[in-house]
Design a protein around this ligand. Sequence first.
Ligand SMILES: [Zn+2]
Length: 150
Amino acid sequence: MRKAISCIVLSTIVAMSLSSAIASAPVARECDISEEQHLMQTEPVVEIISLGECKISAYCKENYPHICNNGDSSQTATGTVPLAGRTVAVDPKVIPYGSEVIINGHTYIAEDCGGAIKGNRIDILFDTHQEAIEFGIQYTNVSYLIKESV
Ligand SMILES: [Zn+2]
């Protein structure tokens, strides 16, 4: 008789722990999925896209209203601080903002835009207007890297 009672108690405990395991199962699976998504978001997806020959022009960040800017060159179109040697203006429909743009072996960042910068045309930022004039207009092959999936 005593043995029978302990058997019932034991089976009740087993049943309880089983039901709690089943109840928690979907929660555990949700956690696994979100962890997977987290990994996918942080993993950089690098894609290299060749645009072929592009028209390359130049502009400057001298702070007065003229052809290069409207007198406020403190910020790019994407809110970054413009930096000669890094900043290029692009058509974001062609090159997504944030892409690394490779021109003549130098890597720039697509972080600005301009009224005349449409299609396969890129504007390279220089410190002075004189440097921009000296660069003039050049035609060269351009490729860009997408660092993250958007
Ligand atoms: Zn200028």
